[in-house]
Ligand binder design. Structure first.
Ligand SMILES: C[S@@+](CC[C@H](N)C(=O)[O-])C[C@H]1O[C@@H](n2cnc3c(N)ncnc32)[C@H](O)[C@@H]1O
Length: 304
């Protein structure tokens, strides 16, 4: 998700210190914990929180490998009701959590509650809609401007429908600074991920290996047809809920399937020979930070 040198730079930008108490809401496998551990973990405490028991079990065993010189522990529950007391953490964070929630403001308010006055709140979330024209692999296909604009419009409708049905906002990143402002946070600032998506032979990095595997699956039609059917049904449901019409959905489907077949034909040979090189452009993934106002007492005492 993030490059190592970006994380180094962010650790300074965020003002991390060893020994911090950190809460990671929707922690999954604890990715943010192990990624930032070297900047706060000496004497630090990491509290991973998630609603999934199975992810938390795995996160707990993984943490034995990275949580030396500090404590990592995990707790299950709902992001709308965190089990930590008020003003508990120096740093409360989440990554790709708010984008899945029906009421992201409510979860963010909980994050603010458990953060101490003067403490840090960080949200890493995407703006997938802005990225939808950038990341689509249009190069070399017989794609017209009209296709690109239609694709973006379809995605806009899909994102609106997904949100309306309570599955969260795929473009939430750009709205978070205002949500933070409305919750009384200060020093709001934001950066955008600098990673571009591409693969090149000999596909050495783990990300490239993953991408090449996905491309092979796509080109060889290895996806489970039932999964594919389910995905299409869901796509249609969100699109219609977002105000799209059935006829425009079928027009989109027909053209997308046609482009997909052309794509497979065009890339099969290079993929088989190991000479496949692709560039998808940038993702639109943000790191947004803010501080909880210090109380009058802690400002006076020089702790703000
Ligand atoms: C896309 S994953 C991100 C995991 C992790 N933050 C990362 O970046 O690798 C989203 C996580 O949020 C959790 N989640 C979703 N809704 C939640 C809720 N209402 N309360 C707590 N966790 C939730 C999911 O179980 C999942 O682990």
């Amino acid at each position: 998700m993030w490059r190592d040198d970006t994380i180094d730079m962010y650790s300074r930008w965020l003002g991390l210190k060893q020994g911090m108490t950190v809460v990671d809401v929707g922690c999954g496998l604890g990715y943010l914990g192990w990624t930032y551990w070297k900047f706060f973990g000496k004497g630090g405490r990491y509290f991973g929180f998630d609603r999934s028991f199975s992810l938390l079990n795995e996160a707990d065993s993984l943490s034995a490998q990275w949580s030396r010189e500090g404590i990592a522990s995990f707790q299950q529950g709902d992001a709308y009701e965190l089990p930590y007391p008020d003003n508990f953490a120096d740093w409360t964070m989440c990554q790709t959590l708010l984008m899945h929630l029906e009421f992201p403001e409510k979860a963010l308010a909980e994050m603010v509650r458990v953060t101490r006055p003067g403490g840090l709140i960080m949200c890493n979330e995407p703006d997938n809609l802005s990225a939808s024209t950038m990341v689509a692999d249009f190069s070399e296909n017989n794609v017209t401007d009209h296709d690109i604009l239609r694709h973006h419009r379809v995605m806009m409708t899909w994102v609106r429908g997904r949100k309306k049905l309570g599955y969260g906002d795929y473009s939430i990143a750009v709205k978070i600074p205002m949500m933070m402002h409305d919750l009384g946070l200060i020093n709001i600032d934001s950066r955008c991920n600098d990673t571009c998506n591409f693969v090149q032979p000999p596909y050495e990095s783990p990300v490239e290996k993953y991408r090449i595997e996905m491309a092979r699956k796509l080109i060889e039609d290895e996806d489970d047809p039932e999964d594919e059917k389910r995905r299409r049904e869901e796509f249609k449901q969100f699109f219609l809920a977002g105000g799209g019409s059935l006829s425009s959905y079928y027009r989109h489907r027909k053209r997308a399937d046609q482009l997909s077949e052309e794509y497979k034909e065009m890339h099969r040979e290079n993929l088989e020979k190991g000479t496949w090189f692709r560039s998808w452009g940038a993702s639109s993934f943000f790191c947004i930070k803010a501080r909880k106002k210090a109380s009058a007492w802690s400002v006076r005492a020089g702790k703000g």
